[in-house]
Design a protein around this ligand. Structure first.
Ligand SMILES: Cc1cc2nc3c(=O)[nH]c(=O)nc-3n(C[C@H](O)[C@H](O)[C@H](O)COP(=O)(O)OP(=O)(O)OC[C@H]3O[C@@H](n4cnc5c(N)ncnc54)[C@H](O)[C@@H]3O)c2cc1C
Ligand code: SF4
Ligand code: SF4
Length: 391
């Protein structure tokens, strides 16, 4: 059974979709390692297992037959929100938040499906249905932690006639694409998919480890990972006014980025190749490496479809965002980690696929062709490292 194998090999992303498909059989729960995992009350039948595995974003990613290292690119630019407060608050330059506000204020969609923190909880995330500027701003910034965001998705899509834009990580977009392929009746409901770039999803335990670097033992009431500046500080706040901060290197570099699940380490798409638009940090580079010093936020924006390109142009001409075109070679300069990761995916996956009997189905993502563009030493080291990890 594929889903059992996925969970046993620690490759589940905890997205919650299997609960939405079979709510009477499956419940998504938080594991002691700080990730969500599905728990099955009864064994799945062969048909049920097949059905989930065709939708599961950890298993199934269907690309668009694009060329090159970066997926389809119809338009590439650097941008930021025209609203200074949004630009300051957001994770990078607030383009994601501003595009979402544009879609709502111009009545192009009825709602935005996005991740945010549960009310009155500093730690746990959930899927939000935002329908106003304030809701969307409330959910701005990056949450470097899991979210079982799909646990009610079919119910949401079934229960009303609303249309949505969906914002998520690349694997979340893969899940949405799998859903609309399998259930074409929902296709018209998701009008836009906007992906954030993603280097991996740390566990909730990593967040706890990060605020525990403070001298305080009691849990904070509020926590953000970055934003309020670019990249901005990780900040935990307590009821009585105490607070504790870490800079981006101390939080992501030393703690969060080291606590990723196995599936993230094998990820074939951290750059949102299936979305209409994908958005990341437009890092400046010093000696070829990103410079994380505090600046005014800037986003790296890739339009991958005609409607994505049109949305950027409309939001720009209506003064929601400011944008300027970029040359193609700026992606690798600004995102060296993602550039290298794309080339090494093949060498990471080979041992895993052998061990799991070719469980993962990644199609049209250019993995093999890019793998042969990696330099020999890095490819060899990655292959050995992955073999050790997997076996
Ligand atoms: C786990 C993670 C890893 C990332 N890795 C990279 C990277 O390697 N390179 C890079 O350039 N950028 C990365 N980012 C994205 C980056 O932090 C910004 O989100 C992106 O540049 C968009 O900036 P913005 O100012 O337009 O976003 P904002 O306007 O602040 O909007 C951020 C959006 O992201 C959504 N969001 C926040 N957390 C999550 C989550 N956990 N899951 C799904 N959606 C979420 C919010 O709902 C919001 O809509 C990562 C983000 C996350 C959450
Ligand atoms: S659908 Fe999501 S929660 Fe279910 S097995 Fe796949 S990744 Fe895990
Ligand atoms: S690294 Fe890939 S698999 Fe992991 S959360 Fe990001 S997009 Fe999903």
């Amino acid at each position: 059974m594929k889903i059992k194998r996925l969970i046993d090999y620690n490759l589940c992303l905890g997205c919650g979709l299997c609960q939405s498909i079979y709510p009477s059989k499956c419940e998504i729960l938080l594991d002691k390692d700080g990730f969500y995992k599905p728990v099955f009350r009864e064994n799945l039948t062969y048909r049920e297992d097949k059905h989930i595995s065709e939708l599961c974003p950890a298993i199934q990613i269907r690309g668009n037959k694009h060329s090159g290292s970066w997926g389809d690119i119809l338009y590439l630019c650097e941008g930021w929100s025209k609203d200074r407060d949004i630009r300051h608050k957001a994770a990078s330059g607030g383009v994601t938040t501003s595009l979402a506000i544009y879609l709502i204020e111009n009545k192009i969609v009825d709602g935005i499906l996005q991740v945010g923190v549960i009310k009155n909880n500093y730690l746990l995330n959930e899927l939000k249905q935002s329908s106003s500027r304030d809701d969307i701003i409330q959910n701005a910034q990056s949450r470097y932690a899991p979210a079982a965001l799909f646990k009610n998705i079919l119910e949401i899509l079934e229960s009303n006639n609303k249309t949505y834009a969906f914002i998520g990580k690349p694997c979340d977009i893969a899940a949405i694409k799998n859903i609309t392929t399998k259930y074409p009746e929902y296709q018209h409901k998701i009008k836009y998919c906007i992906s954030i770039f993603c280097a991996g999803m740390p566990s909730y335990n990593a967040t706890i480890k990060a605020w525990r670097q403070s001298d305080y033992n009691d849990a904070p009431v509020k926590l953000k990972y970055r934003g309020d500046g670019w990249p901005g500080l990780f900040k935990a706040e307590w009821k009585d006014g105490r607070s504790f901060t870490l800079n981006y290197n101390e939080s992501w570099g030393k703690i969060l980025g080291r606590e990723l699940g196995l599936r993230c380490k094998m990820c074939p798409d951290g750059i949102g190749m299936l979305a209409d638009i994908s958005i990341g940090d437009s890092w400046s580079t010093k000696d070829g490496f990103p410079d994380f010093s505090e600046q005014e936020g800037r986003c790296f924006v890739i339009a991958r479809t005609e409607k994505g390109k049109d949305l950027i142009k409309m939001a720009s001409s209506d003064n929601y965002i400011e944008e300027q075109p970029l040359a193609l070679d700026s992606i690798a300069k600004s995102q060296p980690y993602q550039a290298q990761r794309r080339k090494l995916t093949l060498w990471r996956l080979i041992p895993l696929q052998i061990k799991t009997r070719f469980l993962l189905r990644f199609k049209n993502l250019n993995i093999i062709r890019l793998g042969f563009k990696a330099d020999l030493i890095s490819a060899f080291k990655t292959l050995i490292g992955s073999t050790r990890r997997v076996f």
